[in-house]
Design a protein around this ligand. Structure first.
Ligand SMILES: C[S@@+](CC[C@H](N)C(=O)[O-])C[C@H]1O[C@@H](n2cnc3c(N)ncnc32)[C@H](O)[C@@H]1O
Length: 323
């Protein structure tokens, strides 16, 4: 972890004892910087972050990205990459390994990242909702933000900030899974009944409760579906390319790669269900109700009421326009 935090009053020094950056809530550990982001910051979330990184590498055929990333990193002496909401930092570390001449910075609310990282990779603590994010204009060649919109209170504002931070021609890559996890997919074998309305299952109830709770936290739960619209509306980006796909959940795909993706996403959800418990409780839902919601959703995950459980993932890249 980088210890150089002197350039801003809202980036923090993390020493050996990092306990001041965490708080406890309903038996889980959370970040202490921002109480809007409502998932824990603990070892189970680190595991989930690892599963997500592996899963996305399978989705991207062994790579960490999609789109003209190499082209974006070909210009200039100092190539810089920023990972917003880096979590356990695995994408940033992997990019630092792949692009040893680039400087990779991951920022997050919690010091969850390993200390032993490639020399061109650093991590900093920072709340992205506190604009400006403390780097100069036109500083980065590539900005990546994956699966972190549930901690962002004004996503269009974050996109305007990304536009400020990127150099003209620099690339943004945004990846957000939908919060409506039943969906009918084009790329994957399509089961008969996968539309969100097709089932009043416990699985659906769980996700509906989660979306309601996020709404109450001031989070726009339709951000994943609107990534490209936001980029367009900012007026700062061109070559906006949307490349959505469906992620299988579970053990049903025949294709070995999709089966691996499905297994990894299944393991992710297995950890995700209990991770939401503190949010539900802190918004006043009764403990027995919450535990039933989670136990029943687990039951549906282990024994799905429909074949071919899946969830949609929204993937968009765009270049900052060259004025
Ligand atoms: C689900 S994890 C995803 C981590 C990583 N991007 C990945 O794809 O594996 C979301 C991360 O975003 C971070 N995050 C959420 N809101 C944030 C904010 N306002 N500022 C900084 N980080 C934030 C959380 O702390 C968490 O580590």
């Amino acid at each position: 972890m980088s210890l150089d935090h002197s350039h801003s009053d809202h980036v923090f020094y993390v020493g050996e004892d990092d306990s001041e950056f965490f708080r406890s809530l309903h038996g889980r550990r959370f970040n202490n910087l921002n109480h809007t982001y409502c998932l824990p910051a603990d070892q189970d979330e680190v595991k989930r972050s690892e599963l997500h990184q592996r899963m996305m590498q399978f989705v991207f055929s062994g790579r960490n990205y999609i789109g003209p990333v190499k082209e974006a990193l070909q210009f200039g002496q100092h190539r810089r990459i920023l990972d917003l909401g880096t979590g356990a930092g695995l994408w940033a570390i992997s990019m630092a390994d792949e692009f040893p001449r680039a400087e990779v910075i991951g920022i997050d609310l919690a010091p969850l990242q390993p200390r032993n990282v490639p020399p061109n990779c650093t991590f900093e603590l920072c709340d992205i909702n506190q604009i400006p994010i403390p780097y100069p204009d036109n500083y980065f060649d590539l900005i990546h933000a994956r699966s972190m919109h549930t901690g962002i209170t004004d996503y269009p504002k974050m996109i305007r900030e990304i536009a400020r931070l990127l150099r003209p021609g620099g690339l943004v890559l945004l990846i957000e899974p939908s919060l409506h996890p039943f969906s009918e997919g084009a790329e994957f074998p399509t089961p008969s009944s996968l539309s969100p309305s097709s089932s009043n299952s416990h699985w659906s109830s769980f996700w509906e409760t989660y979306r309601n709770c996020l709404n109450r936290q001031g989070i726009d739960v339709s951000v994943p579906e609107k990534l490209a619209d936001f980029l367009l509306a900012s007026g700062k980006f061109e070559a906006i390319v949307q490349r959505d796909g469906n992620i299988p959940v579970g053990f049903w795909p025949q294709d070995p790669i999709l089966l691996t993706v499905g297994q990894l996403q299944w393991m992710d959800f297995d950890l995700f269900l209990p991770a939401v418990r503190p949010l539900f409780l802190s918004l006043g839902l009764g403990e027995r109700h919450v535990d039933n919601l989670i136990a029943n959703a687990h039951e549906d995950l282990y024994h799905p009421p429909v074949d071919g459980l899946g969830c949609r993932i929204y993937i968009v890249h765009a270049s900052k326009e060259i004025a």
